[in-house]
Design a protein around this ligand. Structure first.
Ligand code: PMP
Length: 428
């Protein structure tokens, strides 16, 4: 017998947020792709020192590592994170109050929005954005206010860079008001790979201070910066430490996204409220994964800035991978926007309109149709860029798709083969 309920079962806070791009595109990639450059995770192994630390923690004789640890973070991990980020920020951090460990950066973000955003608060989100910010703000009762990075194509015919996507300062300033509670900053930015400059961060910081606004700074790609560029932490700018929560991810930092270890770093006046959310939702993250990540950070602290450091080696390897993918795409006329950071790359698919059959009466954007067609017909998976824009603005950005290049050389070669074959078919 089917249960009948006359009461609505869905809580009101889920209204309008039930659609999710990843469910559909992860499934399409699993079904059709030969080469998956869609979702953001490496297909190469995590570093040996990290997996060995995990194995040691698992079988090393300390059976207490199989039990609960401290709810707000395993003591060895919060201690080393406080040391590490204290060094980067030039500030003494208290491991117990200035750091909290979360289930990936995802739960760190959830804690931020639940703890800091009230009904009626506005939260500024810079487009394109990691798509979960919008539903998370809404679930907290807040209203997202969007401001786009606008592309300024270079005039000399060179390939565009993620640095050519910029905020309009007057437009950004116009979004701040009495109602603004927070701005979400994601540098290096997923999906564009933009690394915000000191000047751009200064502008955001000035507006935050002027309007007494918090900054949720998603820095999960902090080590993935190329061409000698530097990642600048907005919390180190004047007046920002007290109003910023830094969000980080061991998944992205150590190429182990499945471990789901993340953290927040910030002032106790903010983190105390995040602890309340954490304590009343997940309470606790896997002890062994935290122990292994702690050992990973101890190693990196010792090797800081040295050539053997993973945080030095990984971006070098990824820059090479980025350059391979740039070449492959450029070679077939799928104009890449060269990312300054992250392991994502956005490419312009406007020259391919004639390849993809038109679907009459469909309101599906071109980038969605293109991505679905490409995975089904060419076996290559990517993600449509308009998924990273708000409903109001997405129609202006339907000529781009996002690739992830954190992949083995063989995977990127296989992608290149698909693209080359496609090009030959087009010209023959
Ligand atoms: N922030 C950004 C910008 C991301 O791209 C991701 C993962 N794709 C996350 C947060 C979530 O990170 P984690 O896997 O540690 O939960």
């Amino acid at each position: 017998l089917q249960a009948k309920m006359s009461k609505p079962v869905r809580a009101r806070r889920l209204e309008g947020i039930d659609k999710n791009i990843w469910v559909e595109f992860v499934k399409l990639a699993a079904t059709y792709s030969k080469v998956n450059l869609g979702q953001g995770f490496p297909d190469f192994p995590a570093p040996d020192f990290l997996t060995e630390a995990f194995t040691r923690a698992l079988g090393g004789g300390n059976h207490m590592l199989h039990q609960y640890t401290r709810a707000f973070g395993h003591p060895p991990l919060v201690k080393v994170l406080a040391q590490f980020f204290g060094k980067l920020l030039g500030r003494d951090l208290d491991p117990m109050t200035n750091v909290m460990v979360t289930v990936g950066a995802y739960q760190a973000l959830f804690c931020c929005f639940q703890a800091l955003v009230d009904e009626g608060d506005e939260v500024i989100i810079i487009e394109p954005f990691f798509d979960c910010y919008e539903p998370m703000v809404k679930m907290a009762g807040g209203t997202p206010v969007f401001v786009p990075l606008r592309p300024n194509p270079p005039k000399d015919g060179k390939l565009m860079s993620s640095a050519d996507w910029q905020l309009d300062p007057a437009e950004l300033a116009s979004k701040f008001s009495e109602r603004t509670k927070a701005i979400v900053l994601n540098s290096p930015n997923n999906p564009l790979g933009k690394v915000f400059s000191h000047g751009e961060l200064g502008l955001i910081a000035e507006l935050c201070v002027k309007h007494d606004v918090l900054c949720i700074s998603d820095e999960v790609y902090e080590w993935l910066v190329y061409d000698g560029k530097r990642h600048i932490r907005i919390a180190s700018l004047q007046g920002m430490w007290d109003r910023t929560v830094i969000v980080g991810s061991a998944g992205k930092t150590f190429s182990a996204t499945g471990w789901k270890v993340g953290w927040v770093v910030g002032p106790d006046r903010l983190l105390q409220h995040l602890r309340t959310v954490h304590q009343n939702s997940v309470y606790h993250c896997a002890t062994i994964a935290q122990e292994a990540v702690a050992q990973g950070f101890q190693r990196e602290l010792m090797l800081y800035g040295k050539p053997e450091s993973y945080f030095v080696q990984l971006p070098k390897e990824l820059q090479q991978k980025r350059d391979w993918l740039v070449q492959s795409l450029d070679g077939v006329g799928m104009k890449p926007i060269i990312p300054e950071g992250t392991y994502f790359l956005v490419a312009d698919i406007s020259p391919f309109k004639s390849d993809v059959p038109d679907v009459p009466n469909s309101d599906e954007p071109y980038d969605y149709r293109f991505t679905k067609w490409m995975v089904k017909n060419k076996g290559l998976a990517a993600i449509p860029l308009s998924a990273f824009f708000s409903e109001a603005h997405k129609n202006n950005y339907t000529n781009f798709i996002r690739f992830c290049f954190a992949k083995e050389e063989a995977t990127l070669k296989a992608a290149n083969d698909i693209l080359q074959k496609w090009k030959q078919e087009k010209t023959s």
